[in-house]
Write a protein that binds this ligand. Structure first.
Ligand code: GDP
Ligand code: ZN
Length: 331
C-alpha cells in the first residue's frame, strides 16, 4: 500500500478540553491552551478505520457524522486559512469513548467523552446519604462502554470504618477497586492519586460528595473551587457538549473529565439482554443458567437467582439488576 504519510503538513497535536458554541478549547502537547474552530472539511485521516485498516461501516456512510468532535478527542491543529487563528484540521482515531447509545445502535450514538481510560465514581458515606441504586447505574454505564470503573467512598471520617466497609464491601466483592477516603482527614488519598496519573478519567458522582475537594487535595494547583465541579455541570446543561476536561498539574500528565452527560443517561438504550454482562458478579454465573437466554428473573434453574438465595450475590445488586432490566425492557 502506498498510503501518503498521515499528516502531510506539520500540524500541532492537542487534545480537546471543552467545546462551547463552536469554539473548541484545545490543550497542545506543548502545554498551551488555545481556542480553535472546527474546519468545515476535515482532512482525510485514519479516523474511522479499524486497527486492521478496514473501514468501519459508519465511516463509509458519513465520516462527518461518525466523527463529531468530542471532549477528549486527540486532534491536529493548523493555522486557519484566514491567518491568526487555529483550526482543527484532523481528528485522530479514538481508542475508546463514553457514549450514550440510541436504540438501533450506530447512528444516534452521542459521544459524551472520547479516549476515556476509566470511570471514577465517587460517593460519600454520609452527607449526602449514598444512593446505591445510582451507583449501580453508573457502574452499568461504564461496563456498557467497556470501560474499567473504580469507586471512591469519601467522608469516612463521618462514620465508623466497619460500617463503611459493610455498606460498600459488596462492590469489592463484585470486583471493583474501592477506595475509602477522607479528604478532610487526608486518609486513603495516595492510592487514588496514583490511579489518576497518566490516564484520562471521567469522574462522576452526586454533588456534594467531595469531588472538587479531592482533586484539589491530590493535585495542588488544580485550582478548583470547592463545589466547582458541580457548578461546571450546571453550566454544562446549557451547552451542546457539556463535558469539561481538566489537565492535571505538572508531573501527573493525566486528565480528569467531568461530564453532566453521564448523569443524564437515564433511559440509555442498552439492549436488555446485555444487562447481565454489565454486573461482573452476575456475568460470572450466566453460563451456568439452564437457558442461554435466561433473564435471571423467573426462569427455572437460574444460577444467578440461586446465588442470590445462597447469599453469594448481593440482594441489593440483584435488585438493581431487576429494576434496570425492567426499565430497559420497557424501552
Ligand atoms: P463536589 O460537589 O463533589 O465537588 O463536593 P465538594 O468538594 O464541593 O465538597 C462538598 C462539601 O463536602 C464541602 O463542604 C467539603 O468541605 C466537604 N467535604 C469534602 N470532603 C470531605 C470529607 O472527607 N469529610 C467531610 N466531613 N467533609 C468533606
Ligand atoms: Zn439465570
Amino acid at each position: 500500500m502506498n498510503r501518503p504519510p498521515a499528516h502531510g503538513v506539520a500540524g500541532v497535536a492537542g487534545v480537546v478540553l471543552e467545546g462551547t458554541g463552536g469554539v473548541w478549547r484545545v490543550r497542545t502537547d506543548a502545554g498551551d491552551t488555545i481556542d480553535a474552530s472546527l474546519r468545515g472539511r476535515l482532512k482525510k485521516s485514519d479516523a474511522g478505520r479499524r486497527r486492521d485498516g478496514s473501514l468501519r461501516r459508519d465511516t463509509v456512510r458519513s465520516a462527518a457524522e461518525s466523527m463529531k468532535l468530542a471532549v477528549g478527542d486527540d486532534v491536529l491543529l493548523e493555522p486557519s486559512v484566514r491567518g491568526g487563528d487555529w483550526a482543527i484540521a484532523e481528528i485522530l482515531p479514538r481508542r475508546s469513548a463514553l457514549a450514550r447509545r440510541a436504540p438501533g445502535g450506530g447512528q444516534g450514538e452521542r459521544i459524551v467523552a472520547a479516549n476515556v481510560d476509566q470511570v471514577v465514581i465517587m460517593f460519600a458515606v454520609a452527607k449526602p446519604e449514598p444512593h446505591l441504586r445510582m451507583l449501580d447505574r453508573f457502574l452499568v454505564i461504564a461496563e456498557g462502554n467497556d470501560l474499567p470503573a473504580r469507586v471512591i467512598v469519601n467522608k469516612i471520617d463521618l462514620i465508623d470504618a466497619d460500617e463503611a466497609h459493610r455498606r460498600f464491601g459488596v462492590y469489592e466483592n463484585a470486583g471493583y477497586p474501592v477506595h475509602y477516603t477522607s479528604v478532610k482527614s487526608k486518609v486513603g488519598l495516595a492510592d487514588v492519586q496514583a490511579s489518576f496519573k497518566d490516564c484520562r478519567s471521567v469522574i462522576t458522582g452526586p454533588s456534594g460528595v467531595g469531588k472538587s475537594s479531592l482533586l484539589n487535595a491530590i493535585f495542588p494547583g488544580a485550582g478548583l473551587r470547592v463545589g466547582a465541579i458541580s457548578e461546571s455541570v450546571n453550566k454544562g446543561r446549557h451547552t451542546t457538549v457539556g463535558a469539561l476536561m481538566l489537565p492535571l498539574p505538572d508531573g501527573a500528565s493525566g486528565f480528569v473529565i467531568d461530564t453532566p452527560g453521564l448523569r443524564e443517561v437515564g433511559l440509555w438504550a442498552l439492549p436488555p439482554d446485555h444487562l447481565d454482562r454489565c454486573f461482573p458478579e452476575i456475568r460470572a454465573l450466566t453460563g451456568e443458567c439452564r437457558y442461554a437466554d435466561c433473564r435471571h428473573v423467573a426462569e427455572p434453574e437460574c444460577a444467578v437467582r440461586a446465588a442470590v438465595d445462597a447469599g453469594t450475590v448481593s440482594e441489593a445488586r440483584y435488585d438493581s439488576y431487576r429494576r434496570l432490566l425492567e426499565e430497559l425492557e420497557v424501552g
